[in-house]
Design a protein around this ligand. Sequence first.
Ligand code: DON
Length: 568
Amino acid sequence: MEEERLRLDAAAQVAHAEVDFPAEWRFGAREAPVLGRRGAVSTTDEYATRVGLEVLERGGTAMDAAIAVSFALAVVNPSAGNIGGGGFMVTRLTGGETSALDYREKAPLAAHRDMYLDEDGELTDASLVGHLAAGVPGTVMGMWRAHERYGTLPWDELVQPAVELAEGFEVQERFARSIRGAAERLRTFETTRRTFLPDDRPPEVGETFRQPELARTLARIRDQGPDGFYGGETADLLVAEMERGGGIITHEDLARYDAVWREPVNFTYRNHTVTSMPPSSSGGVTMALMAHMLEEHDLAALGWHSPEMIHLMVEAWKRAYADRNQLLADIDFVPVPMDSLLSPSYARRRGAEIDPTRATPSEEIAPGLEIREPTETTHYSVVDEWGNAVAVTTTINSGYGNRVTVEGAGFLLNNEMDDFAAKPGFPNQFGLVQGEQNAIEPEKRMLSAMTPTVVADPDGRLLFVTGTPGGSTIITTVFQTLVGVVDFGMSVSQAVNAPRLHHQHLPDLLYWEAGGLAAETVGGLEAMGHILRERGGVSGDVQAILVLPDGTYSVYSDPRLGGTALAR
Ligand code: DON
């Protein structure tokens, strides 16, 4: 095996684009990705990546691996991996068939529009912290539906690795760092403190971390499928937790939850076919708007990250987010003008308003149509030897969700309710100013930015699998990896390592990662009227796979937080 991989490394050609990053930027433009011919997995955590790879080695498909990875992440990456949250899965089968699975959380039946406002109509923090912040979890049903349609290995074999990890795993650096960083928040609720700070301190690298209650919950899911979560003991524990903490999720909410297969958003960008998530995620539609506006322009001719290239991209983003924030929401509840938003002619009209030399102030950019009538998430990408590709982004919204661990069941709940417009017209935790369309209603799904994406080349062959966490920045981050690969011919490591930018219409600020723009580029953009804001910390955590011209998979995990990419 090892020998084969070495031969492959020597033979495969990883072409890096003629692009260099600013001298101060902390990641390289010529890093070697991991290569393999028969499958690749990239996730935030070595254990989860290994679980995925082992499923592929046993003959499972990318879909089987993705299901096993999802449950493994619920154990080893509890800040975002989950069974108490939800997510989206985008797939492309080897024959080109695409699908999109929506297992986003839903508002409980007892939810109502003003549930997060106090007597004076002011927003409270109840959409973020505590029992009331949780939407009805979708992950277990999502994995079940994915398995029902595409699974080839038995369900219990895919859940079992997670059960074993929950019984105990050796703490690695990323896990220790994450808990350490969240330690104060993890003390908000006693069950959560007991679960994640077992000796009243963050676990250290090399120690064994055990989650026995979670192991029992996962064993019930392994043995009973969704009934092991939405019914029986797990449901009883979850509802009891709600009653103790003033939450509103009931047995009926759990029994009614289902995941939905949706028509994926398929759009064309420079003859590539991009497949991404439709509402209840905004990701696919918003990227289509950006892509259609920018297709009119030759970005490559302007040079990567030249002020002119950045300017055009950012102006397109502002217009796309203006539409996103007002027009997009759960299509099962409100009318969303999907046909217009996805039509290249609509986006071109909107793109024609871009002044090539001056930034348009956001306050002058309104949504282009009228309607008639933070901080943690995780993405992973998997491909198999048959060319099936799976992109999954899943979350409990903020890092460690609403901070509530279900007593006796050992898993954290989400605070996804904050992704609704709890008070339309006012910013949520990501500063997104969203409209009426996305107001709270019972059983509605809150609008997401998660953008798991698969791209086929102009000949219809699988080219790229990508996605990231990052709240409102998810769409621009995924879009920048797409532009890197399609417009600039970047290698997977370049596309992931490249410094990132972000603009979401409101606030009217162009964010850039510290060290990621040269001083003269900043100056050039300011001269065009952009207001720039340097961001500390990291922006995104991309897990991506790029198929090389000879069919070899090149896979790369974002070094910003340190994940693991493996191939076979
Ligand atoms: O669905 C969404 O758009 C958000 N709940 C995602 C949250 C997120 O990415 C936080 N992470 N860094």
